[in-house]
Design a protein around this ligand. Structure first.
Ligand code: COD
Length: 299
């Protein structure tokens, strides 16, 4: 069981180096994470973006670009995203990292029907947290992509999280479907979905995990609260994954864990042909480095 996100880095270092293409690499924070990742020996970067800006940033942070492949693009950053996607398509790199462009613009290049990296699976965001108040790594999904997922989308969001969990050694993830209450209320869609997902899992339609819910968040992450409310099962109070009802709940939980809960995170987008490192402004340099390490562990 992983308790510490540094374990991701240790595991990444024990594997062969992966090649990572950075779309619109002219971003100081991304370049700093990249410098650390290359020092740690976990990736060989391929940079796409405005060469002059990239070189200026590299110089200011002491990053020697000698020997690092760079494709110059001084047009819009969306073109850098398309170039990065085409590099993945041609098999020249193993995964993508977002640089100085919006997540939406990178995702649009990834989702392009002809030139993108679709697999038929839904793309979803998977974030792992190390919290001072939790005994193991906690996965939260989906805090950043799917706005108001329906039942089918939630099935795929769980599948993506289960795949990411397996890549870091969690064989059978315990998935808590979060809601505001533990009782199914037809007026609260999250609770209805939770019951449906639990039943699908019991019928063997959702594999590699144990799904339970609906759970208010205290039930999901606190055994004492679960016991007090008379909720049993192996998931309550010991979950590996929290499925958020929608992007608002997921995103607030994600940022609250970081800014109020003292947590660190490593996150990526699953469901495309390759993992996508899509860190946000809220993530510090360590999170960006750990997200790169996490991406190297996904096969
Ligand atoms: N997975 C796979 N395919 C998808 C997905 C997905 N998650 N989302 C859309 N598609 C496909 C659709 O099936 C369709 O074929 C095509 O992409 C376009 O669909 P739209 O028009 O619904 O999607 P877009 O292009 O307008 O937007 C897709 C985004 C992922 C950009 C959108 O869902 C979005 O803006 N999400 C929120 C991103 C965000 O603001 N995050 C904030 C926190 S960082």
């Amino acid at each position: 069981m992983i308790r510490d996100l540094n374990e991701l880095l240790l595991r990444a270092k024990s594997r062969p180096k992966r090649k990572m293409v950075v779309a619109a690499a002219e971003d100081e924070y991304v370049m700093k994470a990249l410098l650390e990742a290359t020092k740690e020996g976990i990736v060989t970067p391929l940079l796409v973006g405005d060469q002059r800006k990239i070189e200026r940033i590299a110089q200011s942070i002491g990053f020697n670009l000698k020997g690092i492949e760079l494709i110059d693009n001084r047009e819009e950053a969306t073109l850098s995203a398309r170039i990065a996607v085409s590099i993945i398509k041609s098999g020249e790199a193993d995964f993508i990292m977002k640089g100085f462009l919006s997540s939406g613009n990178l995702l649009k290049a990834v989702l392009d029907k002809e030139t993108g990296l679709r697999t038929g699976q839904l793309l979803s965001h998977v974030a792992f947290f190390e919290s001072p108040y939790w005994h193991k790594i906690l996965c939260v999904t989906d805090a950043a992509i799917n706005i108001a997922p329906g039942l089918d989308a939630k099935v795929q969001i769980i599948q993506n999280a289960v795949k990411a969990c397996r890549a870091i050694g969690i064989e059978k993830s315990k998935v808590a479907v979060a809601a505001a209450v533990e009782i199914v209320n037809p007026k609260m869609e999250a609770t209805v979905h939770a019951l449906q997902l639990k039943e699908m899992n019991e019928r063997g339609e959702l594999k590699g995990c144990i799904v339970d819910g609906p759970f208010a968040i205290d039930i999901a992450v606190n055994r004492e609260a679960a016991r007090h409310k008379g909720i049993g099962g192996v998931v309550a109070g010991d979950c590996d994954v929290i499925l958020a009802p929608d992007i608002e709940a997921g995103n607030m939980f994600y940022k609250a864990l970081i800014f109020l809960g003292g947590s660190s995170t490593a996150a990526l987008v699953m469901g495309a042909a390759v993992p996508i490192v899509l860190t946000s402004r809220a993530d510090d340099e360590r999170s960006k480095l750990l997200s790169i390490a996490l991406a190297t562990l996904i096969d």
